[in-house]
Design a protein around this ligand. Structure first.
Ligand SMILES: Nc1ncnc2c1ncn2[C@@H]1O[C@H](COP(=O)(O)OP(=O)(O)O)[C@@H](O)[C@H]1O
Ligand SMILES: [Mg+2]
Length: 647
């Protein structure tokens, strides 16, 4: 349920309106097919060709088997050719054996092929996801993104399975059977077509109805999944507010809808089968009757065309079983096409993500390690030196190295998440290297938004942000973000040990560095008391720690990165006052000579800041250090003296 989505605030991430829109506007796009095929063409080309080959071979074997009975009658029984029989038998045994081997290898290769391709798609999707801007994640619910990796990727394998093996093999069967039937008897084949048209009419009528419900089912599945996800993550809130009964009722509503549309979808496709089956049986009888007459008449009058009987007994038998083989795939094909179209919807959702514009980065200025000589000249070097510089390529091909100091200026910045709705108005903040700047103000004032702009999660609409005098637009995002640590109120920890989670801040940090960072963050004490100390495994998002302990770990993680700029966004809000004071003093030590932005609810923690910005509705309404602001007797004074509450 995450942020602010308690049982009262329902409908948060669940019915993602964008997803609903996408689903409603879904149009079958044949290009998706081509894109899946690109995966098959790549390193799987041999497997793909092999599967095609097995389908052809399999169809041939099956057809050969169908012809066998008829030929046995006409060529051996009718001619009383006993000596030829063993030869015919050996042939049919070989064909059936081959058929089994072909089917087996087809299944094995097909399985490897689809699993391989779905793995590749998952890989591509994950890589793509990592490249997306924060905006994407702000706008799409977790459940929605998750389902791309699960349901939607599965549908791709279904597309491959059903199109490749089924549709292709069905079509092949149709044409080869049709050819065989035409060879045996043109009039009887004509009769078959009369029935085919009848079946076609029923299939399109009923199939069309079902397609609508299949589509509705996709949406209903999404809703049910979303509801479950929300209630799994929000179980505690559900229990606290005694929401179980209502949750169950609401779930039941969604679930009933899923039941209804699934039932309808299957009902229609299930009606189709028996109707077509019935038509198939009638066809069989009509053909048997006509064929029998033709065979008898042809026989008695010795009526021949081009020296050949109109219809021999064996041929009639072959024809009857061919006609069955012809109509069966016909009834299947409309269903298969349906499955393909359905599955394509999922596949298309995957490609929509893949086509999302990745986070753009046209910054040319990078961050490099440097050594600093006595006279202050900087020289780029490969190893970590605790000195960094911005590497600025000039027009004329020369390169300037400018020491990374952590000087940050926001000049007249305007910004809105939605360009129409300005959230920040004319924000100007100057942070000299080593200064501690505090942002205070009510929830929703725009404090977090300011930090989102400094690390370029979002780009500003007007004004400029300068970092050591460089417009951050020109800095490579990776390097910009690498130069600052951000500690958020949401404590995102990853599955792994405590040590690994701290080391996330700097991948080559030694154990000693991590422990040192933990001491600064005042986390060392509680970590030592954990059963396995620094080797304690954290389960998903560290639920075996308290919220405050988790925050201390994220602070340690930021501390180990040891960056010139640090942003603490309500990072100490779940920590008790005494620990907070300790963390603050540790941080102040760590941050000496570095720039820190602190957002804090407790004004006591920001008192010693060099400058305090009071933000209200996206504007800075007061600025100055603690004493100046107190003397001003303005909003800060009121907040501080408690005349005015934050939030
Ligand atoms: N991702 C977002 N998309 C759209 N609006 C947002 C987003 N994040 C925050 N806002 C809006 O911007 C304003 C400032 O939010 P924020 O900076 O998070 O406030 P603060 O951190 O001071 O509590 C609020 O009105 C909030 O609704
Ligand atoms: Mg905030």
């Amino acid at each position: 349920m995450g942020r602010g989505g308690g049982p009262g605030g329902r409908g948060g991430g669940r019915r993602d309106p964008r997803q609903a829109m996408e689903d409603m506007n879904y149009k079958f796009n044949p290009q998706v097919f081509g894109r899946i095929f690109t995966y098959m063409k790549g390193k799987y080309i041999l497997m793909t060709l092999f599967v095609f080959f097995t389908i052809v071979a399999n169809t041939y074997c099956r057809l050969r088997g169908t012809w066998f009975t008829g030929q046995l009658i006409d060529n051996y029984i009718a001619k009383k050719d006993l000596a030829g029989l063993p030869h015919a038998m050996i042939e049919i045994v070989i064909i059936h054996l081959a058929e089994i081997l072909i089917q087996l290898s087809q299944q094995l290769v097909m399985n490897r092929l689809t699993q391989g391709i779905t793995k590749d798609i998952r890989d591509d999707l994950f890589t793509k996801m990592q490249s997306l801007p924060i905006k994407y994640f702000d706008q799409h619910s977790t459940g929605n993104i998750m389902s791309r990796f699960t349901n939607d990727v599965d549908t791709v394998s279904r597309v491959i399975q059903s199109t490749l093996t089924q549709v292709f093999s069905t079509l092949l069967t149709l044409f080869s059977v049709l050819g065989s039937m035409l060879v045996i008897s043109i009039p009887l084949t004509g009769m078959v077509f009369v029935f085919v048209i009848l079946m076609g009419v029923f299939s399109t009528k009923i199939g069309g109805k079902s397609a609508r419900y299949f589509f509705g089912r996709q949406i209903a599945v999404g809703n049910v999944n979303g509801y479950i996800e929300e209630h799994v993550t929000g179980q505690k809130v559900v229990k606290v507010f005694n929401y179980e009964e209502r949750a169950k009722k609401e779930f039941d509503k969604e679930n009933t809808e899923l039941f209804r549309v699934s039932d309808k979808a299957n009902l229609f496709s299930n009606i189709l089968m028996p109707i077509n089956g019935l038509l198939g049986n009638i066809q069989y009888i009509v053909l048997a009757l006509l064929g029998a007459i033709m065979a008898i008449k042809g026989g008695s009058f010795n009526f021949t065309i081009a020296g050949r009987h109109v219809l021999q007994l064996g041929e009639l038998i072959t024809f009857l079983s061919l006609s069955r083989q012809f109509t069966m795939p016909l009834t299947q094909i409309s269903m298969q096409v349906n499955t393909v179209v359905q599955s394509m919807a999922g596949a298309q959702r995957i490609f929509t993500i893949m086509d999302e514009k990745p986070e753009e980065d046209d910054g040319k200025i990078t961050l490099v390690n440097v050594t600093k000589a006595e006279d202050g000249t900087l020289t780029e070097c490969a190893e970590r030196t605790e000195h960094w510089a911005w590497k600025i390529p000039n027009e004329d091909g020369t390169v300037e190295l400018r020491e990374l100091k952590g000087d940050i200026k926001l000049n007249n910045v305007y910004f809105g998440y939605d360009p129409e709705k300005t959230v920040l108005h004319d924000i100007s903040i100057y942070a000299k290297p080593g200064q501690k700047i505090a942002l205070v103000g009510a929830t929703g004032a725009g404090k977090t938004t300011i930090t989102n702009l400094i690390n370029r999660f979002y780009d500003i609409q007007s004004g400029e942000i300068l970092y050591d005098g460089i417009n951050i637009k020109n800095i490579k995002k990776k390097d910009l973000r690498g130069s600052m640590s951000i500690v958020l109120q949401d404590t995102d920890l990853f599955t792994g040990t405590v040590m690994e989670n701290i080391r996330y801040g700097k991948l080559d940090a030694t154990d000693e560095e991590c422990i040192e960072a933990a001491k600064i963050a005042n986390a060392h004490g509680f970590i030592e008391r954990l059963t396995d100390g620094y080797d304690t495994m954290l389960d998903s998002n560290g639920t075996n720690l308290s919220q405050g302990q988790r925050q201390l770990l994220t602070i340690a993680r930021a501390a180990v990165a040891d960056p010139p700029v640090m942003i603490l966004d309500e990072a100490t809000s779940s920590i008790d006052t005494r620990t907070e004071a300790l963390v603050q003093s540790g941080m102040d030590r760590l941050m000496e000579g570095r720039t820190v932005f602190v957002i804090a609810h407790r004004l006591s923690t920001v008192q010693n800041s060099d400058a305090i910005m009071v933000i209200d509705q996206g504007k800075i309404i007061e600025r100055g250090d603690h004493n100046t602001l107190i003397d001003q007797k303005g909003v800060y004074y009121q907040l501080y003296t408690g005349a005015f509450e934050l939030e």
